[in-house]
Ligand binder design. Structure first.
Ligand SMILES: Nc1nc2c(c(=O)[nH]1)N[C@H]1C(S)=C(S)[C@@H](COP(=O)(O)OP(=O)(O)OC[C@H]3O[C@@H](n4cnc5c(=O)[nH]c(N)nc54)[C@H](O)[C@@H]3O)O[C@H]1N2
Ligand SMILES: Nc1nc2c(c(=O)[nH]1)N[C@H]1C(S)=C(S)[C@@H](COP(=O)(O)OP(=O)(O)OC[C@H]3O[C@@H](n4cnc5c(=O)[nH]c(N)nc54)[C@H](O)[C@@H]3O)O[C@H]1N2
Ligand code: SF4
Ligand SMILES: [Mo]
Length: 747
């Protein structure tokens, strides 16, 4: 029945780091249009095709709205009480029989875009006492975390290129034309790149593929996948050899500069040129351009992380920014100072005062723990290999590892062996089809939104809070309540006794205690009880209010009355912008020496492996991944408006390689690696460098038993069937999904 009612709401798109401001029109309780919010102080009217169809996500009939419990091969919609009873029965039986070490969790990417999840995964872990968890982090940015921990003292201390003021941008392994930026929050990255060039600056892009981002750069330089570390080490070599190293004022805050010089000496441009397939003279020029630019920033992202030398490449990005004096200065590489501090600014509670790695080893392959996690590819073997400590119960939280993790076939085979699998997820998909219980979260539009994590990597100090558009359906818990309840169940509570509100109060009081007890916090030494009493509400909003008020711009609970609170943000629905980034290195540094520790032995020890790589014969053909602006990892393929049109899951191959392998455009190729084999349609293009082929990740929706009608009609293939699980960046344990040796032939 039409009520004729039309409302407009201001929201932030929850899908990616661009955090675009949207104007959502609702008529008769249906989203009828989504337009960019031109007045959004952050995104200023920018939007991509995904943000415009968020209404389709909200109304998607396949999006789960009630919990599901497995009945053999069937699913039954059940009440929340029954769902938690079933989850408790399954999980607690396993724990009783096999101990808590038989249980683990996998945390996926949307957690970072949903503060109900991100804030409460931080509560779930300690409250549930799970000894180990897995996450998408080890197919993503674990090298950056490792470098942040050792070089700056914080695993999330990751500086961002100051896009709006830099004169020179060197980009490696990132394609913002598709991704919109990553560990670099900025709306309209390409527009900002164009602005760099319009003001006379220069942009160089290093990527095995000439992506659409290359159209916004001055120069595209193809590189052999997995060899960025060699290139960057050679650039460092040139800076020192040609007396171009100019750390300037940073020198006083940095340890290990001489050691870096010494360590990079063997990596001359001539030594690495053939491996990288970049002429030595080009490498010298790149180094000189970087050193002589008025300001410059080196930025490396996923292509430099989930590859064979992810840690060394990520480390050398920081080294170059320091050696050229560009760290922590306008136009260089800077640390954001978000309105609300995030849980990521606290050191993980299980870490000793100095960072430690390999404190325990995985049961089956003996992989060392790094920052509390094993490589995600260990999960399959830990489930399928019998013996004491075998994983028998799994909780997945907003993750689809059957598609997104390497050695995908093994995980798909292992999950049915679990005695208990509970998924907190909004779809019945390739991963959750193996669950016993699925607990759906609310639609993004049914909950408030604040990007508590992503503002930490923003190019301006800003923040924006969005109110829900629709009330949740009656009786539906928010995800923070689901997580707290699950944590209590894992800790042994009966579900009816696990009251999320009570647990939330406990968690909040504990967190306030930690912060007032931290001598570096802005509310150090204050009365915790008083602060708890002065912070109203519950759930993520209360935590956010606390993080804003005790943050760099906050009211400090009265000590700085004109400072911000959550209410100030609520009153400014287009967001609050506190300006460009400011130098703040000394505040960020948490290393034992209080300095930038530029040559951590744990990282530099890996240079021997890199040196050995230079002597290795080249692979004939290697595979890399790609993203598309209309996809979002594995889970937005159920929206017709995003998947219609030309088939996107194709193998990109250079014309010379196509001829050599005997495959033609439009035909199907069989692609085989040591891990598996699959078929995909061929797209011949000279945007690939010879010797490198490319498949997108996030596809493979041809699995039986999923409930994603649209995605199933556009299945594509899962490129992680080709990623060997044992292939990791050694220091971080991060998966290698770029640079996989493959063979291509006609299907
Ligand atoms: N070959 C290859 N593999 C890769 C990559 C690559 O470049 N190449 N990239 C890697 C990277 S960077 C990442 S981050 C990972 C991603 O890996 P994952 O995080 O495991 O995978 P996603 O595809 O993001 O799956 C997200 C899941 O969350 C669910 N979901 C979506 N929104 C919500 C929500 O609001 N609440 C809840 N509870 N659930 C929700 C979806 O239904 C889906 O099941 O993939 C990695 N895998
Ligand atoms: N539309 C859309 N946006 C997204 C996502 C999505 O799936 N779709 N995913 C989000 C997530 S979880 C993440 S982590 C970010 C990632 O954001 P980006 O880091 O920008 O990721 P990609 O777009 O995959 O671009 C990576 C580039 O690295 C190149 N590459 C591969 N191997 C190498 C190598 O060895 N060296 C170098 N130099 N380059 C290499 C690839 O060819 C590719 O062009 O995107 C986020 N945004
Ligand atoms: S770029 Fe697209 S997906 Fe990313 S926040 Fe903006 S509208 Fe959403
Ligand atoms: Mo990611």
């Amino acid at each position: 029945m039409s009520t004729g009612q039309t409302r407009t709401h201001l929201r932030t798109c929850p899908l990616c780091e661009a955090m675009c401001g949207l104007e959502v029109t609702v008529e008769d309780e249906r989203v009828t249009s989504i337009r960019p919010d031109a007045q959004d102080v952050w995104s200023k009217g920018y939007v991509c095709p995904k943000g415009a169809v968020l209404g389709d996500l909200h109304h998607d009939p396949d999006r789960l709205r009630a919990p599901l419990v497995r009945d053999g091969e069937q699913w039954r919609e059940v009440s929340w009480e029954e769902a938690f009873q079933e989850a408790a029965h399954r999980l607690q039986t396993v724990i009783r029989e096999h101990g808590i070490e038989s249980t683990t969790a996998y945390v996926g990417n949307p957690t970072a875009h949903n503060f109900s999840l991100s804030r409460y995964v931080g509560a779930f872990m300690p409250m549930s006492s799970l000894p180990m968890i897995y996450s998408a982090g080890t197919v993503d940015q674990w090298p950056k975390n490792l470098v942040g921990a050792l070089v700056y003292g914080g695993m999330w201390s990751i500086p961002v290129p100051d896009l709006d003021r830099t004169d020179h941008l060197l980009v490696l392994g990132a394609n913002p034309s598709a991704s919109q930026g990553s560990l670099l929050a900025a709306a309209d990255v390409l527009g900002r790149m164009d602005a760099i060039r319009a003001r006379g600056g220069r942009i160089v892009l290093i990527d095995p593929r000439r992506t659409a981002t290359a159209d916004h750069a001055d120069e595209w330089i193809p590189i052999t996948p997995g060899t960025d570390a060699a290139l960057l080490a050679a650039m460092v070599h040139v800076l020192f050899a040609e007396d171009l190293a100019r750390p300037g004022p940073l020198a006083a805050h940095t340890e290990g500069l001489e050691r870096v010089e010494e360590l990079c000496r063997p990596f001359s441009p001539e030594r690495v040129a053939a491996t990288c397939r970049i002429p030595a003279e080009t490498i010298r020029r790149l180094a000189r351009e970087l050193a002589t630019a008025r300001t410059a920033a080196v930025y490396g992202r996923i292509g430099t992380c989930n590859q064979e030398f992810g840690t060394l490449a990520s480390w050398l990005v920081e080294v170059l920014n320091v050696v050229t004096g560009n760290l922590d200065r306008p136009g260089g590489s800077m640390f954001s100072n978000p309105l609300a501090w995030s849980l990521t600014s606290l050191k993980p509670p299980d870490q000793p005062p100095e960072w430690a790695f390999g404190r325990w080893k995985s049961r089956v392959r003996g992989a060392p723990e790094v920052l509390g996690q094993y490589p995600v590819s260990c999960l399959a073997e830990e489930i399928s290999t019998p013996g004491a400590g075998q994983i028998k119960a799994l909780v997945t939280i907003a993750g689809n590892p059957v598609i997104s993790a390497p050695d995908a076939a093994r995980l798909d085979e292992a999950l049915p062996m679990l005695e208990a699998m509970v998924s907190v997820d909004n779809y019945l998909n390739e991963t959750t089809r193996h669950a016993h219980v699925i607990l759906p979260g609310l639609s993004p539009f049914e909950q408030p939104h604040y990007d508590e994590l992503l503002w930490s990597w923003a190019v301006r100090n800003a923040g924006k809070y969005s109110e829900p558009i629709f009330p949740p359906e009656p009786g539906r818990p928010a995800e923070w309540e689901i997580l707290l309840k699950l944590a209590a169940i894992l800790a042994g509570a009966a579900p009816e006794d696990a009251d999320p509100a009570l647990l939330d109060d406990l968690y909040f009081a504990g967190l306030v205690g930690v912060v007032v007890g931290d001598p570096t916090s802005r509310i150090a030494g204050r009365d915790a009880a008083e602060i708890v009493a002065a912070t109203a509400g519950a759930g993520p909003e209360r935590l956010l209010d606390f993080a804003i008020r005790s943050g760099p711009h906050g009211d400090l609970y009265g000590a700085h009355p004109e400072g911000l609170t959550l209410d100030t943000l609520r009153a400014q629905p287009h967001g609050i912008d506190r300006g460009a980034l400011e130098p703040r290195l000394e505040e960020v540094l948490r290393t034992p020496s209080g300095k930038v520790e530029l040559a951590p032995p744990y990282i530099t020890a890996d240079l021997d492996r890199l040196a050995a790589r230079l002597d290795r014969p080249e692979d004939d053909l290697v595979l890399v991944s790609r993203r598309h602006v209309r996809s979002n990892n594995s889970w937005m393929h159920n929206l017709e408006r995003l998947v219609r049109g030309r088939e996107r899951c194709t193998l990109l191959i250079h014309p010379d390689d196509a001829a050599r392998c005997g495959v033609r455009a439009g035909s199907h190729a069989r692609i085989t690696s040591s891990a598996g084999s699959l078929e995909a349609p061929v797209e011949v293009s000279d945007e690939m460098m010879p010797g490198v082929v490319c498949l997108p990740h996030g596809w493979g929706h041809d699995r039986a038993g999923i409930r994603m009608e649209v995605a199933a009609r556009h299945p594509g293939v899962n490129n992680n069937l080709l990623a060997p699980g044992q292939f990791v960046d050694v220091p971080s344990g991060n998966a290698v999904v770029n640079g996989i040796p493959v063979e291509v032939r006609p299907a």
